[in-house]
Design a protein around this ligand. Structure first.
Ligand SMILES: NC(=O)c1ccc[n+]([C@@H]2O[C@H](COP(=O)([O-])OP(=O)(O)OC[C@H]3O[C@@H](n4cnc5c(N)ncnc54)[C@H](OP(=O)(O)O)[C@@H]3O)[C@@H](O)[C@H]2O)c1
Length: 162
């Protein structure tokens, strides 16, 4: 089952200069907890920001180009390849982790969403594509705990496709 996971600010911003616009350790912890041991699929530009595979996950990079990738990272050439990967283990989650181009392409295939909303306006250059929430049922909501290391108000929302 394909799930999207992302964090956005109050204006839907998700990226700045190839990176996240914020540092929010509580969100990184949730991301790690949810995605560890799963397949993670990301766009070529998002992977360029990481430079190395995410540990303890099977890393896939979507790209239409032949890429030289580090050990432990494999390419998916198109959405059909992603469908085939997901079909190998339909009972498990395949996490699509961004960025904007990939979220837009994969949204029609997704059955679950994990959204972090940060109630703050950051500056950046990349936004989440429009999600029609009428097609999604909210299944969980959790307010984040702000503290010195996580200074912005934030919340986690999970959705299932209706
Ligand atoms: N806040 C968050 O949760 C979050 C999560 C992830 C990323 N981000 C941010 O988002 C930004 C990057 O996003 P982006 O939209 O610029 O790039 P991206 O989605 O990471 O990567 C785009 C690339 O993915 C490949 N691609 C996209 N659709 C494809 C398809 N249908 N089939 C095959 N390949 C496909 C293409 O690679 P080729 O050009 O090589 O063909 C395309 O150029 C960064 O700032 C990053 O930090 C934020």
């Amino acid at each position: 089952m394909i799930a999207l996971i992302w964090a956005e600010d109050q204006n839907g911003l998700i990226g700045r200069a190839g990176q996240l616009p914020w540092h929010l350790p509580a969100d990184l912890q949730r991301f790690k907890r949810l995605t560890t041991a799963h397949d993670v699929v990301m766009g070529r530009k998002t992977f360029a920001g990481f430079q190395r595979p995410l540990p303890r996950r099977t890393n896939w990079v979507l790209s239409r180009q032949e890429l030289v990738l580090p050990a432990g990272v494999q390419r998916l050439a198109d959405l059909d390849a992603l469908r085939a990967l997901d079909a190998q283990h339909p009972e498990q989650l395949t996490f699509v982790i961004g960025g904007a181009q990939v979220f837009k392409a994969v949204l029609p295939l997704a059955k679950r969403l994990y959204r972090t909303r940060i109630d703050h306006a950051f500056t950046g250059d990349t936004w989440m594509p429009t999600v029609d929430y009428a097609q999604w049922q909210l299944t969980a909501h959790q307010a984040g705990l702000s503290d010195e290391r996580n200074p912005y108000p934030f919340s986690f929302d999970d959705f299932e496709r209706r």
